[in-house]
Design a protein around this ligand. Structure first.
Ligand SMILES: Nc1ncnc2c1ncn2[C@@H]1O[C@H](COP(=O)(O)OP(=O)(O)OP(=O)(O)O)[C@@H](O)[C@H]1O
Length: 214
């Protein structure tokens, strides 16, 4: 399982070079060039339809029609997929939760994919997200904000260095937003990297850079 470079002795880097995605023959956004190292964070900004989700998916290697290069620690993600994906946590618009499973079962599913043996992390994570009492509740019976908190608990149960979060603030109340900003700051202090989109202002993440898509 991937671990943080907690002591910063070795750094992680993601480098994006001339990355763009086309629909038909038309590029959705101008080529993106970006480099982030351990402790760096960036918010991708742009109006509805600017291509924020598309860019994040392309960085994750999930777009077929992309041009450009994405490198993790100076190696193409396509040539070294397992090294990249075991270090990546991508939370997209879709929460990726099974409604007929409980919160705990959903998180254990993802935790098991990472071969993590620390079961206690799941209930600790749900406590931290403020829904500790809901660990055995079916996701189908949860509110939108509660579901979002379950999905976001993965940042604790799968402690990998690269977080790519698409609109993570959606449906969160102010307490949830403050919690998320705090865990992002902890992540960055431990040497993590963060790429995030949000239509809501993010004021509580230290050193958050901005990239405006055009
Ligand atoms: N599956 C698809 N097939 C064709 N076009 C698509 C597809 N998904 C998105 N698009 C188009 O790509 C463009 C960028 O969409 P994208 O979802 O990346 O924008 P966004 O900036 O994330 O928008 P929002 O702020 O509304 O979430 C839009 O014009 C959209 O219509």
């Amino acid at each position: 399982m991937a671990v943080y470079n907690a002591d910063h002795k070795s750094k992680n880097t993601i480098k994006i070079s001339d990355l763009t995605v086309s629909r038909g023959d038309i590029p959705i956004f101008d080529p993106v060039n970006l480099q982030l190292s351990s402790g760096d964070s960036i918010q991708i900004r742009g109006v509805n339809g600017a291509g924020k989700t598309t860019l994040l998916r392309a960085i994750c290697g999930l777009c077929n029609s992309h041009e450009g290069i994405v490198e993790w620690n100076e190696r193409s993600i396509f040539d070294h997929e397992s090294d990249f994906y075991e270090n990546l946590l991508y939370l997209g618009h879709s929460l990726g939760l099974k409604p007929k499973l409980t919160a705990e079962q959903n998180l254990n599913f993802y935790r098991n994919l990472r071969f993590s043996t620390d079961k206690s992390l799941v209930r600790q994570a749900l406590e931290q997200t403020g829904i500790g009492g809901y660990y055995d509740e079916f996701v189908a019976r949860m509110s939108a904000g509660q579901k979002r908190r379950v999905a976001l608990a993965r940042v604790i149960t799968e402690p990998v260095p690269l977080w790519i979060l698409d609109e993570p603030m959606v449906a969160l109340d102010i307490h949830g937003q403050a919690w998320l900003e705090q865990v992002c700051n902890n992540h960055l202090e431990r040497g993590g990297i963060l790429l995030v989109t949000s239509h809501q202002p993010i004021s509580g993440i230290n050193g958050l850079r901005e990239l405006q898509l055009t």
